[in-house]
Design a protein around this ligand. Structure first.
Ligand SMILES: NC(=O)c1ccc[n+]([C@@H]2O[C@H](COP(=O)([O-])OP(=O)(O)OC[C@H]3O[C@@H](n4cnc5c(N)ncnc54)[C@H](OP(=O)(O)O)[C@@H]3O)[C@@H](O)[C@H]2O)c1
Length: 269
């Protein structure tokens, strides 16, 4: 399939650029890799599940103009992350776009935070926080050379308090602080940093609990990754909240009437 992407004064095509997607074997990462390849990017696919990666690489190579490279990589291992990025740079002669997408909610806990095991806590921290740091740190020298983009897949759970799984939520609050700070750190070097915060997305993360229509589809998140990567070189889409219209209402009980914000006799509530 030929690509029809063009760079204009107001956009920067991803056609011909090199992208690297962590957590590419499933869900949002898989959809993002396909969307980038459909737009003509060469894509390095990182995750631990080698069979899924090989099959995705085969699909990309047979359907799209860009090439795919499957690279086994556990983001908890900083040496392996560095090697995976170097392999990508050698294969495609540079690196322009990095999507830090890998994430886990952990097994969670039945009812109370104190039931979460230490092992589970470490899984979430080492994947979502350490993995994000290792990937960013190893990729930035190449992104500086390319005036590239780094796009973090955060979460609405990293912006708003919510009752479930505080450790996962806090890892996403960390990611938000990191992404916005890195944006300030590398902006003058020409690197664009985007934080993308979806509400629920229908992926394996929900273990079949969501039917189509109850959450966003991974392709909607992928479309926003493309949107961020296609900004012209002087601009950054700093933060994108991809919220379902019906989801944020859950933070306010339905019986509370928000239609009158204050008492007109001056007695503010
Ligand atoms: N689904 C949602 O409702 C939702 C909402 C907001 C934000 N997000 C965020 O979106 C991102 C993607 O989630 P998803 O819903 O697409 O989840 P998913 O379908 O469970 O996919 C997770 C991906 O991360 C990879 N991964 C997990 N641990 C890894 C590790 N240690 N090293 C390397 N890769 C690892 C998995 O691959 P392997 O197992 O093959 O390694 C898989 O490719 C996450 O950061 C998540 O927090 C999800």
């Amino acid at each position: 399939m030929a690509s029809d992407n063009r760079t204009t004064e107001h956009t920067q095509s991803v056609d011909g650029r090199t992208a690297l997607v962590t957590g590419a074997s499933a869900g949002i990462g898989r959809a993002t890799a396909l969307a980038l390849a459909a737009k003509g990017a060469d894509v390095a696919l990182l995750a631990r599940s080698t069979e899924e990666l090989s099959s995705l690489a085969g699909e990309i190579d047979s359907r799209y103009p860009g090439d795919a490279l499957a690279v086994e990589c556990d983001v908890q291992n900083p040496g392996r992350v560095e090697e995976a990025i170097e392999t990508t740079v050698e294969e495609f002669d540079g690196l322009d776009i990095v999507v830090c997408n890998t994430g886990t909610t952990g097994a969670g806990f039945e009812d109370r935070l104190e039931q979460q095991s230490l092992d589970d806590y470490h899984q979430v921290v080492e994947t979502n926080i350490n993995g994000t740091f290792y990937t960013t740190s190893a990729a930035l020298p190449y992104l500086r050379e390319a005036n590239g983009n780094i796009i973090f897949v955060g979460s609405s759970a990293g912006k708003l308090p919510r009752p479930g799984n505080p450790v996962y939520a806090a890892s996403k609050w960390w990611m938000r602080g990191f992404a916005l700070s890195v944006e300030a750190h590398v902006g003058r070097d020409g690197v664009a940093v985007t934080l993308l915060n979806p509400t629920a997305v229908r992926t394996d993360m929900w273990r079949d609990k969501l039917d189509r229509g109850q959450a966003a589809e991974p392709e909607e998140v992928a479309a926003q990754v493309i949107n961020a990567a296609e900004q012209p070189p002087h601009s950054t889409l700093s933060e994108i909240d991809l919220f379902r219209r019906d989801m944020l209402g859950t933070f306010v009980p339905e019986e509370i009437d928000l239609s009158i914000p204050f008492d007109r006799n001056g007695d503010d509530r």
